[in-house]
Design a protein around this ligand. Structure first.
Ligand SMILES: NC(=O)c1ccc[n+]([C@@H]2O[C@H](COP(=O)([O-])OP(=O)(O)OC[C@H]3O[C@@H](n4cnc5c(N)ncnc54)[C@H](O)[C@@H]3O)[C@@H](O)[C@H]2O)c1
Length: 299
């Protein structure tokens, strides 16, 4: 296949943030399976080393581990420079994936430190990653950008303001870059799932009740990260901007657009009812900060 006809996600020179777990690891493994060179970055040294080892064992593609805290501009600068060296040219596919869960407290009780922590990673991390890597993508002349948002970008679930605001920003950022890259042949894809079976609820700052609910919904309704990563890469090859993999997310999107007031009233009602119906049998690992508030579905 010539470079013109090779799909964007085949033989890519790729960078994946948060590649040590969940969706990021699944992206890295799948890109390597598609013959790519993958720079796997994360704040957890052991987890990225494990991802790289998995890729090496699988025997397709190549992988490199690079530490990067996406909330730090210096780290992103260093990642961009190191990636270009390791990949032997400008990055052709950037996946801004690293993110953390936060939820369970209403506005007024979240606290500025938690707002800053969450937005520093979930929003600023993706802003830095885009700002620094889009010029490399332009130089590469093929490929594109995948940003991992969430259904939270448009669902406005109560008790999740800090998460919702960050993800809404990622959606707006991605739509804007897609317009700016129009006509270049580079694609932008923004991923908006509901639940995916990963560590996001275990590792985040999520209250006990919200964590129980998220854990239960994740077990019952969550897709596998491998399926989400494959589907998103295929959509990126087709040049698709929005990837909303689940039916519940599609229903939320339609309801929010066509019946915004009814949707908001319904979400508020669910929020008042859920503490009474949320199961109490989820693993205690999810329970990090006990409180009396809860959250509606959608990480
Ligand atoms: N799992 C879900 O249900 C779900 C749903 C919608 C969106 N998402 C989004 O998917 C993305 C991936 O999350 P996941 O579900 O795979 O979670 P995960 O916790 O399994 O993986 C997240 C990875 O990001 C890393 N990370 C955390 N903070 C970081 C930082 N400051 N810099 C670099 N790396 C950092 C973690 O070490 C971890 O390896 C996130 O942006 C998340 O918001 C997840």
């Amino acid at each position: 296949m010539s470079p013109r006809t090779t799909p964007r996600t085949r033989q890519a020179r790729a960078v994946v943030t948060g590649a040590g777990s969940g969706i990021g690891r699944a992206f890295a493994l799948e890109l390597a399976r598609r013959g790519g060179q993958v720079v796997c970055s994360d704040i957890d040294h052991d987890r990225i080393a494990e991802t790289v080892e998995m890729i090496e064992r699988a025997g397709s593609g190549t992988a490199h581990a690079v530490f990067c805290d996406v909330s730090r501009t210096d780290d992103i600068d260093a990642l961009a420079e190191r990636a270009e060296e390791l990949l032997g040219g400008p990055t052709s596919l950037m996946i801004n994936n690293a993110g953390v869960g936060i939820g369970g407290k209403p506005v007024g009780e979240i606290g500025l430190e938690d707002w800053q922590w969450a937005l520093g990673i979930n929003l600023w991390g993706m802003v830095y990653g885009s700002e620094k890597f889009v010029p490399q993508l332009r130089r590469a002349g093929r490929g594109g950008l995948i940003n991992v948002a969430s259904t939270a970008a448009f669902s406005a679930a109560p008790g999740m303001a800090a998460y919702n605001v960050g993800k809404a920003g990622v959606l707006a950022l991605s739509e804007t870059i897609a317009a700016e890259l129009g006509g270049t042949g580079l694609a932008v894809t923004v991923l908006c799932p509901t639940f995916v079976k990963t560590n996001v609820a275990v590792d985040g700052r999520i209250t006990a009740e919200a964590g129980r609910l998220a854990g239960t919904l994740m077990r019952w309704t969550g897709l596998s990260p491998e399926r989400v990563a494959r589907g998103t890469l295929d959509a990126h090859d087709r040049g698709q901007l929005y990837v909303v993999p689940q039916l519940d997310a599609k229903a939320i999107w339609a309801a929010k657009r066509h019946l915004p007031r009814t949707y908001t009233a319904g979400a508020g009602l669910l929020n008042r009812l859920l503490p009474a119906v949320a199961p109490t049998t989820a693993p205690t690992a999810l329970a990090t900060q006990p409180t009396s508030t809860t959250t509606a579905p959608g990480v």
